[in-house]
Design a protein around this ligand. Sequence first.
Ligand SMILES: Cc1ncc(COP(=O)(O)O)c(C=O)c1O
Length: 321
Amino acid sequence: MFDNTHFPKAKKYWQNEKLLDWPTLTIHPMSHALHYGTSVFEGIRAYPTANGPAVFRLPEHLDRLFHSASVLSMDIPYTKEEIAEAIKLVIKANQLDSAYIRPLLYYAYGNLGLLPKNFAVELAIAAWEWGAYLGEAAEKGLSVYILPNRRIHHSQFDMKAKLGGIYVLSTLGGQQARSRGFDEAVYLNMEGNIAEGPGENIFIVKNGILKTNNMNESILEGITRTSILQFASNMGIESRVGPITKEEFFQADEAFFSGTAVEIAPIVKVTDGSNGKASEKEYTIGSGKQGEFTDKIQETFHRLVRGEVEEYRTWLTYVYA
Ligand SMILES: Cc1ncc(COP(=O)(O)O)c(C=O)c1O
């Protein structure tokens, strides 16, 4: 029996223009991406709305996918419109009302030299029902661990790109934090400021002002992050973008992660492990509970992704439109 415990409701996936049954295995072990991480991907969500499932900010995710592919010199054999249609098809084929959607472009079977030669680039798209990443822990408020290893620096590669191979660092960081009993990791950047989580951006709130960092701080410029900055301003919440020092983080009234997978999740405790185990110190953020600004942002986000806020319906692509 093919175990799909971690992919609820996944029945079919799309690969190279075919809808395949979920247990179908198609990749050769000598595929380039499997060895060197030469793949690019997106994490996208669709939410239930009064008009059926709708994909949140699909054009922005496809723009980022194409940008990521260009960084790896991949020629994508499909247009953005074709990929958008394939995504809708996968949601329909799995009869999903809400979905986490994973398009993956990769160098498949060809040569195994570091430089892929004359490759056909393959595309796979899967969708399944995935609850909030960090689920129950996020409901209580997350306890995070600042890692001793720093985030890869923005001068080392284009951080607008989601390259498969780069994510091994996120896996390592996440494992390190979990093995010490924390819910999630936080990276400092080379400058010693707060960068991001392994798959999440970070916001803080101090005296009613929202703050997050930008690309110069070695982060992926998340689509959720950009959306929050846009709708918070329309809600009359002042926000700033710039470096977040460790001290600002520890002394914040509130802090939260943002991202497609995690959505909006409060951070309530931080352990600073950046100088090694011997000098670890724990800090409580604000009251140690999810705060009122995080509440407001989270609530608005949940409503707008479900099509309940008229002014943001343009951010949605309706699957059955
Ligand atoms: C490293 C990293 N930072 C931040 C994010 C949040 O980005 P988004 O809001 O576009 O999902 C992600 C998720 O894609 C990520 O992998």
